[in-house]
Each structure stands twice: as C-alpha cells, then as structure tokens.
Write a protein that binds this ligand. Structure first.
Ligand SMILES: NC(=O)c1ccc[n+]([C@@H]2O[C@H](COP(=O)([O-])OP(=O)(O)OC[C@H]3O[C@@H](n4cnc5c(N)ncnc54)[C@H](O)[C@@H]3O)[C@@H](O)[C@H]2O)c1
Length: 266
C-alpha cells in the first residue's frame, strides 16, 4: 500500500524524462500516492512519464497547465479535485533555467519577465489555487517549492533565474505563515546541479564559459568540489519531498532545505 496510499500529489513541470518532477512522482507512486503529471503540454514524453507511473501501480492523471497562466493553475487544481477528491501534496516544480546570458545583455521581456512569470508567479498562482482547495477540504496539506542552490547564492549569466529562485523562498515563508493555521506546511527544497533536460543545457553552456575541454571535465570538476563527491540526482530531491510530505515533518514549515551534498550550507 505505501505511506502515501490514498493521498494525491500534483507536480508541475513533471512531463520530462530524468526530470526532478518525474523523480518526485516515481518516489510517491512507489509509496501508493495518486499522481498528477502536469506540464505546459501533455506531449508524447509526458504520456510516457504517466505510463511509467501507472506501470508502478499508481492511479495517474496527466493534465496540461501553463503555470504562467493563473486560470490554468486554478483549472489544474479543479481537475485534480474532480478526479481524485482533493489535493494532499502540491509541488511547484515547473521552471525555466536554461536562458543563460550576461546581465548586460538580458532582454527584459523574453529573458527576464518570462522566467519570473513561470518560476515565481507560476509558483504563486499554483500555491494560491492548491491552498484554497486544501483549506476548503479542511484536511491540511503540503506545498513544496522546488527552488535551487540559486535561491541561496548568486550564479553568473542567470540573473532572472537566481532572482526567481530567491523569490521562491520569500513565497515559501510568507505562505507558511498564513497557511499554518489550516494544517498546511509550505517548504522549499534547494537542490544543487542535477543533469536533467534543463541541467544538460546548463552543462553545455557553463563548460564552455568556464573553459573546460568537455562537459565530462566540467562535471568531474563539479563532483570533485562537492563534499559528497557527486552532483545531485532526482532521487535526492524526491527523498526530501517524501519526508517534507510525511506526518513526521508536520512541525517543519517555512524552511528552505538544501539538498546539495553539502555544497550549500546556509
Ligand atoms: N537540474 C538542476 O540542476 C536543478 C537544480 C535546482 C533546481 N532545479 C529546478 O528543478 C525544477 C525542475 O527542473 P529540471 O531540472 O527537472 O528540468 P526539466 O526540464 O526536466 O523540468 C522543467 C519542466 O518545467 C516545464 N515548464 C517550463 N515552462 C513551463 C510552464 N510555463 N508551465 C508548465 N511547465 C513548464 C518544462 O516543460 C519541464 O518539464 C525547475 O524549477 C528547476 O529550476 C533544477
């Protein structure tokens, strides 16, 4: 049955293979949760992610949602409630993290506003929609924001991304304060580098920017600098989400938990 049998989890931006969202849903599927795969479109890849979760025994819905659209976020929650009776765990995972460019060259509309709209405003729209449904149902809930190491430290050529992720921690703290009385905890997880679809594009860019001979050399250097000797994996972030969503973590809210092998310590 599993620790999350009968519970329903929604993860935005979870329709990609090897993504953090897929990893989170796999971990919850293995613990019996009903899973909602959501992404900007439900394409063949997202259908495969959903099919693989069904093969693990989970009840699965695949629902398209552009998180930059507040109405779409409300519809995602409404469809989930209609299908499964409620939302127990909502994970804000959708993100744009591959528009690397020097600060002086960033275009305000396409490279600043769009990133903030998806990474930060999207997390707010979904938090509000999910929290409204949780409050109305009266059974509490868990909201988890997938922030980043870039929520705690600056990184070059990613000003909008870094700003959006720092903002996610503010959203986490503000939401936690207001939602605690409803039995809803709100926490952020801050992973270091993971080679997902998004991460692979960062590898290409930063290995060149920093003068490494290859992506492999760049990743080897990253591993050597990490106290635990490797970059992150989706399963590391998923394990943190399992704990934050558990009854054991009821008294933990407003936190921004580093999952970085010790790379980030504050
Ligand atoms: N990979 C890393 O190194 C790393 C580290 C820390 C945090 N993160 C964060 O983890 C989250 C997941 O990223 P990932 O690395 O698994 O990459 P990914 O590419 O697998 O996931 C990002 C997802 O967001 C979706 N998305 C983009 N715009 C969207 C929109 N408007 N509406 C809905 N979905 C949208 C994409 O389609 C994709 O499925 C992101 O928020 C990212 O910032 C990643």
């Amino acid at each position: 049955m599993g620790a999350f049998a009968g519970k329903t989890i929604v993860v935005t931006g979870s329709g990609k293979h090897k993504g953090l969202g897929q990893g989170i849903l796999q971990a919850f599927a293995d613990q019996g949760a009903n899973c909602v795969v959501s992404d900007i479109t439900i394409d063949a890849e997202a259908e495969e992610v959903a099919g693989e979760l069904r093969a693990r025994g989970a009840e699965v819905a695949a629902i398209a949602c552009n998180v930059a659209d507040a109405e779409a976020c409300r519809a995602l929650v409404a469809e989930t409630v209609a299908r499964f009776g409620g939302v127990d765990i909502f994970v804000n995972n959708a993100g744009i993290g591959f528009r690397m460019k020097p600060l002086l060259e960033v275009d305000p509309a396409s490279e600043w506003d769009e990133v903030i709209a998806v990474n930060l405003s999207g997390a707010f729209y979904c938090t509000q929609a999910a929290a409204r449904a949780m409050v109305e149902r009266g059974k509490g809930g868990r909201i988890i924001n997938i922030a980043s190491q870039a929520a705690k430290s600056g990184f070059p050529h990613l000003p909008a991304y870094v700003s959006s992720k720092h903002g996610m921690i503010g959203l986490t703290r503000a939401s936690a304060l207001e939602l605690g009385k409803h039995g809803i905890t709100v926490n952020a997880v801050c992973p270091n580098h993971v080679t997902t679809a998004l991460g692979a594009r960062q590898n290409e860019y930063f290995s060149k920017l920093l003068g490494f001979a290859s992506v492999e050399d760049y990743l080897a250097n990253m591993a050597a600098r990490n106290p635990m000797g490797r970059p992150g994996l989706p399963s590391d972030t998923a394990a943190a989400c399992l704990w934050l969503a558990s009854d054991a973590a009821f008294y933990v809210t407003g936190e921004a938990l580093n999952v970085s092998g010790g790379e980030e310590m504050h």
